[in-house]
Design a binder for this molecule. Structure first.
Ligand code: NAD
Ligand code: WQD
Length: 337
């Protein structure tokens, strides 16, 4: 096995994946400029695995610095690319920042991969590439519709750049389209710990319960769903981490792996906002202060994954549901460090 370069390895999904890679015998280095993460995640990785990984505090947009990392590690065989800005609202306010960071960073990385004869490339994509999905569950063949935000467009554009740039090379690539990642590592030594404010449902719920927010506002309860609130597919971060390791193993070991393929990563079950709140109340034994508010502009009413393809090709079977997600997120929110 060659060395694996993880970009964004100090971030939320990246750090959990680094743990899973190490536990599966991989040697890992990270490139992360800490724009949205804290070095304490590196300590978490070390405490869980007993291995201290090297993080290069390099901005992917700086091609010279990035080339330097590749030249110090000529044995990199695979790259898993998490590093990106991910806040949908911020991308509407500052689209150029998002295109510069997410697209320029990817172009530099792809360039280095080709120069350094990297064999395998895995990209953090998102269900947001599908836009509004008409037929649920969403399969990989669902049409790619106009994205709802500049952030979503950076993911669509990145997928196209990967397809075109690696076409005449030996690199095989996998696009992993995550649905709604949430939860934390069972050790409680890793979890979501961003520098920017997290506005996703699960951290909003835990912050409300901690008293850091007055209440959780449910964005609409009059939609055409089971209970009127929006439906999403919440996927535990450790199930996601496992999918990355399996995708890498598939590229390494399966001659039938295509030059480029995409996989949906969701549990395959829709959960409404009100059901998510009930799950939180059940596992914590405490009521949540919430109220119904107006719909959030741009929200898709319902989306959840069909992950049959990931199960068939990668052998991926996510096992953790919304209660386990809430339990681990709550434990993490109450950590002492
Ligand atoms: P995160 O912000 O915790 O992690 C991203 C990491 O990349 C951060 O540590 C940040 O410091 C680093 N980074 C950003 N720009 C960089 C740059 N130019 N150079 C070097 N490092 C840089 O986010 P996450 O939730 O772990 O997301 C990881 C990936 O998954 C992202 O590409 C994101 O778009 C994608 N994704 C996330 C979600 C989600 O809801 N969390 C859903 C779908 C897809
Ligand atoms: C989940 C549900 C809200 C907050 C975003 C990105 C997507 C992907 C995942 C990166 C929705 C409701 C939320 C609140 C609420 N990220 N909600 N009150 O919007 O599904 O997806 O993260 O690729 O691209 O768009 O996630 O966690 O914001 O919302 O009622 O305070 O919770 O309406 O139904 P979303 P979310």
């Amino acid at each position: 096995m060659g060395k694996i370069l993880v970009t964004g390895g100090v971030g939320y999904i990246g750090s959990h994946t680094v743990v899973d890679l190490i536990e599966n015998g991989y040697e890992v280095i990270s490139v992360d400029n800490l724009v949205n993460s804290k070095e304490s995640a590196l300590e978490g990785i070390e405490r869980i695995t007993g291995i201290s990984i090297e993080n290069y505090e390099v901005d992917l947009c700086d091609l010279n610095d990035l080339r330097q990392v590749f030249s110090e590690h000529p044995d990199i065989s695979g790259v898993i690319h998490f590093a990106a800005l991910k806040a949908v609202g911020e991308s509407v306010e500052e689209p150029v920042l998002y295109f510069r960071n997410n697209v320029n960073g990817l172009i530099n990385l792809v360039d280095c991969c080709i120069e350094s004869n990297v064999k395998h490339f895995i990209f953090s994509s998102s269900c947001t590439v599908y836009g509004v999905v008409e037929n649920l569950p969403c399969t990989e063949d669902s049409p790619i519709k106009p994205a709802e935000s500049p952030y979503g467009r950076t993911k669509q554009i990145s997928e196209m750049i990967i397809e075109d740039s690696f076409r005449n090379t030996d690199v095989k690539a996998i696009l992993l389209r995550y649905f709604n990642p949430a939860g934390a590592h069972k050790s409680n030594l890793l979890g979501e710990n961003p520098k920017k404010v997290a506005l996703n449902l699960v951290p909003v719920i835990t912050e409300t319960a901690l008293g850091l927010r007055e209440k959780t506002v449910v964005f609409g309860d009059q939609f055409d769903t089971r209970d009127g609130s929006c439906v999403r597919d919440y996927i535990h971060v450790m199930d996601l981490a496992d999918a990355h390791t399996k995708a890498l193993q598939f590229l390494e070991n399966s001659p039938e792996a295509k030059k480029l393929d995409s996989y949906n990563l969701g549990i395959g079950k829709g959960v409404t906002v009100l059901e998510a709140i009930k799950a939180f109340e059940k596992v914590t034994g405490q009521p949540l202060n919430y109220e119904i508010g107006p719909p959030r502009p741009g929200d898709v009413v319902a989306i959840y994954a069909d992950h049959t393809k990931a199960t068939k090709d990668l052998g991926w079977n996510p096992t953790r549901g919304i209660e386990e997600i809430m339990e681990s997120a709550w434990k993490w929110a109450n950590r002492k460090n």
